[in-house]
Every structure is written in structure tokens, then in C-alpha cells.
Design a protein around this ligand. Structure first.
Ligand SMILES: Cc1ncc(COP(=O)(O)O)c(C=O)c1O
Length: 418
């Protein structure tokens, strides 16, 4: 039989999807099972436990995989937590915050937007004033805003949201699995990511974590959840054995479960602190090297998202033309800006397997080949500049043991930082 077309290698340095982790890649070759098979349930049980560690959630939190991308994680949270006519406060400083606003409106919520300029972070004082005005039933915001490369200070916003008594949904798409995320300590009720981001699994699943308080709220709703497919109480019947045993809900994508389960296991084995350190070190080296030819940080130092490096382009460099040349001639895939940053920046992915020096060293040689044609004569020195910057961005010991990582695993991983 003809094996059909196959894909050769392209270096993927976008802010998702990310190159597959080898364990996730291997799991895609595991055999098929039925969605009600005991092996699938055993694997799901391991995922439930591992996700609680990854999110640092309470032991009674409901964790599972939704069969869709990160946007389904976002939409399912809003659809379950907010009833039509209830007040939803979205704090937005970019494209993904605005996506929540749009979803909330479509779900019939009374949406109030606390808008912060793209490139700036959501501050506790501003959020407090908005919350006091709105008295929301639910507060939603993005931890790492991918469109601009801003890290919102969720730990500092926690007490503001707690004082409102509202349920709290946090988009952890560019953070959980790579950066500190402490769902229980921060009082978060609903958090989600996409399998293709910090975990380096294929796209198509949204790993979610839901507090017991939020699950009780969903179970006691006055109106049914508008989406049957992502109704969390319905899904719980499949993921957690109740009185009647496991219930069929829908046919889950078995191979995405295999691969994502392995990717979560790999993240926990390495330890989140070690992964955060990888992103920091590679990011610093890349930014320092590219600064030598005129790239600059878009975002101020204190609020930079370590997993998405947003760099403004040197004057006169044609964003689309350079990226097209990199893809066609050097087989390197980069992302430009999104929303307010379109045409102004490159957004370099430092999530999962992308946050390693080898792929970025290869980007430097690709840029050395391409950029001189676009008027940046000094680009030939980029590989050497990167090597020097990599050496200068020396490893740092993790500040604390990451949630979910055992002390021994974190110490081992820290020693092995590449
Ligand atoms: C912060 C954030 N939230 C949500 C999404 C949506 O995820 P997906 O594209 O997997 O639906 C993305 C995707 O880039 C994102 O970066």
C-alpha cells in the first residue's frame, strides 16, 4: 500500500504549536483502544492525578481533558460558570482577553470589560476598582497574553478577586507546565491550557482544572449549560466513576489522550522550575543576540512573559517577506504579531520543546543567511552573538520547588538544565 505523503522537518518556533516532546511523539504510535476500555480509564486516572499536580490544585478539584483546543477550554469555562444575564468581568489586555469578551456576549452574559492597554499588565488597583463597580458573578482573565508577550501578575490579583467572592477563570495556556502556577493558593476556580503549548503535545485537547466550589456551582445552576458537549457535570460522569460506574459521554480522541498524558508526565518529571529556567535562559540569550541587529523588547522588563518573546523589528525590515524567506529557504517557521502587534513584532515561542538552545542556534544561522539581503549586514555575526549570550545567561538555581514537582525531581532537573 502507498504510504502516502510525509512531512519533512521544519523548525517550529511559533508560540504554539510547539515541537512534540519525544514521549508524546512515541505515544502517537501506541495501539488503538475503545473509549470505554479499562486501559483508557487507567490512563485517564493517571492524567487526572497528574493534572492536579501540574495546576497545584486541591485534591478535590475536577481535572480532565476537553476534546478541543485551548479556545474550547476558554469557552467551556465561561459556558459552565456564567448563567445568561449574570455579570461577567473580563480584564483584557490583548487578543485572548478580547476573545473571552466575545464568548461571554454570545453566551448571554452581561459582560463588563476592564481594558488595559496592550503591552501593559493588569494591575491589582485597577482590577479592584472595576470589580467594586461591577460586582461580578465571574471574573476572567489571561495569565500570559500571547498576542503581546505580557505576563499578568495573577498571584497579586488573587486577593482582589477573592474579596469579590466571584468565581475566577484564568487562562493558563502559555503558562501552566512551564511557569509557576498555583491554582489552590491563588484561589482559582477554573483554569485551562491547550495541549500544543507548554506541554509539547499535539493540538486538540484542553487540559482543565475546576475547583470543587465551581463544580458545586455548575451542578446547582438554574439553567442548563448551553453546550452539551463541554458540560462539566456531564463530563465528570466519564472521567470519575460515580455510583453507576463510568458513563459514556462522547468518543474521546484516544491518541491525543496517550500523547498528552505522556507530555504531562514528562513536564512533571522535569519539574516546572527547571522548565521555567530553560525558558528564561534561552529567552535572554535570543533577545541579547537579536539586539545586536536592532530587535528590541516590546514589553517592559517586570511584566514580560518568559514563554513568548515579543521583539520589535529593526527599522525597515519587512516582517512578512523575511518570515516567508525563512520558511521557504531555511525551513524555519516564525510567528509575527497578532492584533495590535501585527506587523510590528515577532513572537518567538519558548514553550515546551521550543525552549532549548539548539533550535534557536539554528534560527541564528538561518537569520545570518537571510537578513543581509534585507539590509542587515551585521546579521552574519548572529550565531557568534548567540553563543556569547547563551554563555552569559548562566543557569540560576530554581527559587523554590515548583508546585507539583517533588523536591528530588526539581533538584535533578535543575542540575540538568541545558
Ligand atoms: C493565551 C491564549 N488563550 C487561548 C488560546 C486559544 O488556543 P487555541 O488556539 O488552542 O484554541 C491561545 C492560542 O494561542 C492563547 O495563546
Amino acid at each position: 500500500m502507498d504510504a502516502g505523503p510525509w512531512m519533512d522537518d521544519v523548525l517550529l518556533l511559533t508560540p504554539g504549536p510547539t515541537p512534540l516532546h519525544p514521549w508524546a511523539q512515541a505515544a502517537l504510535g501506541w495501539p488503538m483502544r475503545g473509549h470505554m476500555d479499562p486501559d483508557v480509564f487507567a490512563h485517564n486516572d493517571a492524567i487526572v492525578a497528574d493534572l492536579r499536580r501540574l495546576y497545584a490544585a486541591e485534591p478535590d478539584a475536577f481535572t480532565s481533558l476537553l476534546a478541543g483546543s485551548g479556545s474550547l477550554g476558554m469557552e467551556a469555562g465561561l459556558a459552565n460558570l456564567v448563567e445568561p444575564g449574570e455579570r461577567l468581568l473580563v480584564a483584557s489586555n490583548g487578543v485572548f482577553g478580547d476573545r473571552m469578551v466575545e464568548m461571554g456576549r454570545r453566551l448571554g452574559a452581561k459582560v463588563h470589560v476592564h481594558r488595559v492597554a496592550p503591552g501593559e499588565a493588569i494591575e491589582p488597583d485597577g482590577l479592584r476598582r472595576a470589580a467594586e463597580r461591577v460586582c461580578p458573578a465571574v471574573v476572567a482573565l489571561v495569565h500570559g497574553e500571547t498576542s503581546t508577550g505580557v505576563l499578568n501578575p495573577v498571584a497579586d490579583l488573587a486577593s482582589v478577586v477573592r474579596d469579590t467572592g466571584a468565581l475566577w477563570s484564568v487562562d493558563a495556556v502559555t503558562t501552566v507546565g512551564m511557569l509557576d502556577f498555583d491554582m489552590a493558593a491563588w484561589g482559582i476556580d477554573y483554569a485551562y491550557t491547550g495541549s500544543q503549548k507548554c506541554l509539547s503535545a499535539p493540538p486538540g485537547l484542553a487540559p482543565v482544572a475546576v475547583s470543587a466550589r465551581a463544580m458545586a456551582h455548575v451542578a446547582a445552576r438554574r439553567t442548563p449549560v448551553s453546550t452539551w458537549y463541554a458540560d462539566l457535570v456531564g463530563m465528570r460522569g466519564y472521567w470519575a466513576a460515580g455510583e453507576g460506574g463510568r458513563q459514556y459521554h462522547h468518543t474521546v480522541p484516544i491518541h491525543l489522550h496517550w500523547a498528552t498524558g505522556e507530555a504531562i508526565r514528562a513536564a512533571l518529571a522535569e519539574g516546572v522550575a527547571a522548565r521555567a529556567e530553560r525558558a528564561r535562559r534561552v529567552g535572554e540569550a535570543v533577545a541579547a543576540a537579536l539586539a545586536t541587529v536592532g530587535f528590541a523588547h516590546l514589553v517592559a522588563a517586570g511584566v514580560r512573559l518568559p514563554t513568548v518573546l515579543a521583539l520589535t523589528l529593526p527599522d525597515g525590515v519587512d516582517d512578512a517577506a523575511v518570515r516567508a524567506a525563512l520558511r521557504a529557504e531555511e525551513r524555519v517557521s516564525l510567528a509575527g504579531g497578532l492584533g495590535s502587534t501585527a506587523g510590528r513584532v515577532w513572537r518567538l515561542g519558548l514553550m515546551g520543546e521550543a525552549a532549548r538552545p539548539e533550535p534557536y542556534r539554528r534560527l541564528m544561522t538561518a537569520l545570518a543567511a537571510v537578513l543581509p539581503r534585507f539590509g542587515l549586514a551585521g546579521a552574519g555575526e548572529l550565531p557568534a552573538a548567540f553563543d556569547a549570550a547563551w554563555a552569559a545567561a548562566a543557569p540560576r538555581a530554581p527559587e523554590r520547588v515548583a508546585p507539583g514537582a517533588t523536591a528530588a525531581a526539581a533538584a535533578l532537573a535543575a542540575a540538568a538544565v541545558r
